[in-house]
Structures are given as structure tokens and as C-alpha cells.
Design a protein around this ligand. Structure first.
Ligand code: NAD
Length: 488
């Protein structure tokens, strides 16, 4: 409960009224804003927290603070930076349960899911804390005449903007590499889920991270995010969120050629099931890919295509499996917000109007009485042109359709403007490569889902974004490189 979680909060400033405050320099700003955004608890629908709507002027002050800090932080030895990251990782670990409880309250996700994401946030800091220690400078000799080498330096202050579906995990996936590579940050979490970022501010303070290295400002996209992105003082934007917002950020930075842009956007990811699979395993993987975190993961497989020879059997057994294993309040959390709940319901209404078959689930009331709960929905008999099949719904809704050949499976998988992730379920080793290498998606999971190694490139094709994050890809994003030529 919130009361119990509140008692956990202890020393967090301002938390007794749960009014969030910005963290700029190394201080919580007591009066952050003239206006606040209401934040509701997804599991009850109750208002429980006030999020400041940070003005453009206050955003500018935070950026100036980060710019000042950059002068020293960019020259701080990597071993020292590494120790700060380790300290932050340890402090999150010490407060793992506190973070998980609040993430679950704030986002609606199950506590079990929240714990996984807190652990991943810890990994983000520990991974980059060691990555920077093993970096080598690339040098070459040109015919004994000249030595050339690549000199990297931190690029500057970055705007780090994250969405509401995995709040702490995605925000730290940006903060950790940014400061590891010597840059400073002004971060803005989603106004819908600000609590874990607020807790992180306290961790940064306790870690004694030098003033201004990470500043966290709260607010919406139209006022706060937009001011951050448009600032001429930043070196770039690392953004994770919806495709429409990504396009807006591209437009808002179009004339600032120097800005580094990483856009991790939406997905409508296919899961391909071939008839040689072990059906039980395939069903468990496809279900997890569809319904983990209520389907509110950009990587969720929300379009399942099954080879016609096993199609009917798959639909029946998949429905049985999901109804037995994905139960609201136990393994399925609440939808993040009322507007998002209504958006999902609209897609279900559209599916009904298009005469889709609801194999599981039904259309909930658009005005839920207590919390934004929704049973998993499994839809069949929709046209490939349907918006339900083409557009990202970002909820516990999956569509299933048959295919007859490998070529058709690839065609269906690629028949979408997005290209973030995909799942390929088959035992045929040659097909894994043949099909896997033709799917237009930044991530192809073969007989698995959500397996991650933080050094591998992460990002999407087509409308799912530009740029890659992870290991050396994050380094390339947060640094600038100059090549020196020194003759003998
Ligand atoms: P959103 O685009 O509405 O908001 C994301 C963030 O951008 C928020 O912090 C928001 O305040 C801010 N923002 C909004 N307008 C802005 C503007 N004009 N300028 C600057 N900032 C602005 O997305 P959301 O609804 O919070 O998140 C859901 C979306 O995120 C889904 O589409 C999902 O697929 C995507 N997502 C992608 C990934 C990925 O890695 N590719 C990961 C998670 C979520």
C-alpha cells in the first residue's frame, strides 16, 4: 500500500505529501513549479502524487548547471567516474525493495516485474562502470610515415528523455552511459511515472555525485521536454518513447546539425511460429512476449503469425495457456493511466466493429471504477489492413493470423512501418538464419524473448528509430572523435 511504501521512504525530501521536486546541482529544489501535474495510482485510480511542470526557464537553469559541471566531469579520470557509477549501483541495490514497491505503485506493474527492472537498472550502472575501464585507443601506422590515432572526448550536456513503461530501467539506461563517458545530463522522466526517478535523485545525492553531473527535471513533453530538446546548450538528445514524439524531436532539432540524436521509438512486433516447434515451449515464449508487463513493453510481440498446419491447435492451446497463466492482479498488473486504458479500449471497440473473434477477453468499461485493470485479449479473424494489426496498441492485446509459407511469413512480418523487434520460433537451424536475416527489425529473438547483453546493439529499423544503444554504440553516441595524424 502507499502508506507502507511511504514509511519506506524515510529521508526522501518532500515525500510526506508526495510532491515531487526537481534535482538540480546537488539539491532538491523545494519550490519547483507554479503548476503541477496530477499523478494517479493505476491499481486504484486514486490521485497520489504531484509532479512539477518545470518551465522552460527552469529547464535552462538546469542545463546551465550541467554545462558548468561538464568542465570538471569531462576531465575526471575514468577510474573515478567508474567508482561513482559503482556507488550508485550499490545504493540502488541497498534500496532494491523500496524502488520496486514504488515502481509497482507508480506504473501499475506487478512487484515481481518491478524487481526485475530494478535489477536491470543496477546492471546499467555496473556494466558501464567497468566498460570504461577497458577502453583502448585505436592507433595505426601509415607506412612508417605517420602515426594516426583516434582521440575521443565527451560530447557535452545531453537531454535524456524516457517513457512510462519501464521508468527506472530506461532512464538509467541513458544516465549510466552518459556520465560514464564523461558527459553531464539533464534527464526528464515521463510525467506519468516520475516516482522512481525522484528516488534516484536521493541516491545520486547519497552517492555524492558531483554537483550538476546529473540533473533531473520533471514535467510534460509540451513544456519541459520541448524546452530541453530545443536548447542550444545541449550536445544531443537520447530519447525513448513514441514514434510521433520522435518525429517531433527530429523536427525540433533539424537545424541543430551538431546534435547527436538517438531515437528509440515504438514497435508492432511480429512473432513467427513454424510448425516444427515444440508447441508447449513456443506457446510459453509467445505468451510472455505478448503479455509481459501488460503488453506495455516496446519489444512485446503483439502480432503472432502461425503456420497454417498448426494454426487452429495453436490458437486453442495458446488461449488455454494465457487464461491459466496471465491473471489480472496476479501476473498481470494495471494499465498505466486512464487515457492509455481508454486508448486500448478504443482499439478493442474497433476490433469488435470489424467482426474480430475475441478468443479471450472482452471490452472493459471505458470508465473503470477502481483502477485500470484489463484482462488479456486474444484476437483472430482481422484483416491485415486493420489498424488493430498495424498500429502499436501497447497493452495486453495480441492478434493471431495464419501463414502458409516461409516467404509469406517474412512478408507479413515486414508488412508494417515499424521495425523494432521480432520473435522467430522454429527448430530448423537453417531457417533461423534464412528467415532471421530477412526480418526488418533491430532485434530478432530466436526461440527466446527479451534476452539482453548490454554490449549488443539495441535499437530499431524503419519507424522504430535511429541510432543504437549499448556498449560501444553508447560510447559512440556520447562522445566525439577526432583523428590525429603525427608524422615521424
Ligand atoms: P511519449 O512519446 O508520449 O513520451 C515519452 C517521453 O517524451 C515522455 O517523457 C514525454 O514527456 C516526452 N515528450 C513528449 N513530447 C515531447 C516533446 N515534444 N519534446 C520532448 N519530449 C517530449 O511516449 P510514452 O507514451 O511515454 O511511451 C510509450 C512509447 O514509448 C511507445 O510507443 C513505446 O513503444 C515506446 N518505447 C520505445 C522503447 C524503445 O526502446 N524503442 C522502449 C520503451 C518504450
Amino acid at each position: 500500500s502507499i502508506e507502507k511504501a511511504k514509511s519506506y521512504l524515510g529521508a526522501i525530501r518532500g515525500a510526506s505529501q508526495i510532491t515531487i521536486s526537481n534535482y538540480v546541482g546537488e539539491a532538491f529544489i523545494s519550490k519547483t513549479a507554479d503548476s503541477y501535474i496530477d499523478s494517479f495510482e493505476p491499481k486504484t485510480g486514486n490521485l497520489y502524487c504531484k509532479v512539477p511542470l518545470t518551465s522552460a526557464q527552469d529547464v535552462d537553469a538546469a542545463i546551465s548547471c550541467a554545462k558548468d559541471a561538464f568542465k570538471t566531469w569531462s576531465k575526471t579520470a575514468r577510474a573515478v567516474r567508474s567508482r561513482y557509477l559503482q556507488r550508485i549501483a550499490s545504493l540502488i541495490e541497498e534500496n532494491r525493495e523500496l524502488f520496486a514497491v514504488w515502481e509497482s505503485i507508480d506504473q501499475g506493474k506487478t512487484l515481481a516485474r518491478a524487481r526485475i527492472e530494478v535489477d536491470r537498472a543496477i546492471s546499467n550502472f555496473s556494466y558501464f562502470s567497468t566498460f570504461i575501464l577497458h577502453e583502448e585507443t585505436k592507433a595505426r601506422m601509415i607506412d612508417g610515415v605517420a602515426l594516426t590515432y583516434e582521440h575521443r572526448s565527451p560530447a557535452g550536456v545531453f537531454a535524456l528523455i524516457s517513457p512510462w513503461n519501464m521508468p527506472l530501467y530506461l532512464l538509467t539506461w541513458k544516465i549510466a552511459p552518459c556520465i560514464a563517458f564523461g558527459c553531464t545530463a539533464v534527464a526528464k522522466p515521463s510525467e506519468v511515472t516520475s516516482m522512481s526517478a525522484f528516488l534516484l535523485c536521493e541516491v545520486l545525492r547519497q552517492a555524492e555525485l558531483p554537483s550538476g553531473v546529473v540533473n533531473i527535471v520533471f514535467g510534460n513533453g509540451a513544456v519541459t521536454g520541448s524546452a530541453l530538446v530545443k536548447s542550444q546548450k545541449i550536445a544531443g538528445v537520447s530519447f525513448t518513447g513514441g514514434t510521433a514524439t520522435g518525429i517531433q524531436i527530429r523536427k525540433d532539432t533539424a537545424t541543430d546539425v551538431y546534435k547527436h540524436l538517438s531515437l528509440e521509438l515504438g514497435g508492432k512486433n511480429p512473432t513467427l511460429v513454424f510448425d516444427d516447434v515444440d508447441l508447449e515451449n513456443a506457446i510459453a515464449t509467445a505468451a510472455m512476449a505478448a503479455f509481459e508487463n501488460q503488453g506495455e513493453i516496446c519489444l512485446c510481440g503483439s502480432r503472432i503469425y502461425v503456420q497454417n498446419t498448426i494454426y487452429e491447435q495453436f490458437v486453442e492451446k495458446f488461449t488455454e495457456y494465457v487464461s491459466g497463466n496471465y491473471q489480472v492482479g496476479k501476473t498481470v498488473g494495471a494499465i498505466v493511466s486512464h487515457p492509455h486504458f481508454q486508448k486500448i479500449v478504443s482499439y478493442l471497440e474497433l476490433a469488435k466493429n470489424e467482426n474480430a473473434t475475441f478468443n479471450l477477453g472482452s471490452i472493459p468499461d471505458k470508465e473503470p471504477k477502481a483502477g485500470y485493470w484489463m484482462d488479456p485479449v486474444i484476437l483472430t479473424n482481422l484483416s491485415t489492413d486493420s489498424a488493430v494489426v498495424r498500429e502499436e496498441i501497447f497493452g495486453p492485446v495480441v492478434t493471431i493470423a495464419p501463414f502458409t509459407s516461409e516467404e509469406q511469413a517474412i512478408e507479413l512480418a515486414n508488412d508494417n512501418p515499424n521495425g523494432l523487434a521480432s520473435v522467430l520460433l522454429t527448430k530448423d537451424g537453417a531457417r533461423m538464419r534464412r528467415v532471421g536475416e530477412q526480418i526488418e527489425a533491430g532485434l530478432v529473438w530466436v526461440n527466446c524473448w527479451l534476452v539482453r547483453e548490454l554490449g549488443t546493439p539495441f535499437g530499431g529499423m524503419k519507424n522504430s528509430g535511429t541510432g543504437r544503444e549499448g556498449g560501444e554504440f553508447s560510447r559512440d553516441f556520447f562522445t566525439v572523435v577526432r583523428t590525429l595524424h603525427i608524422p615521424s
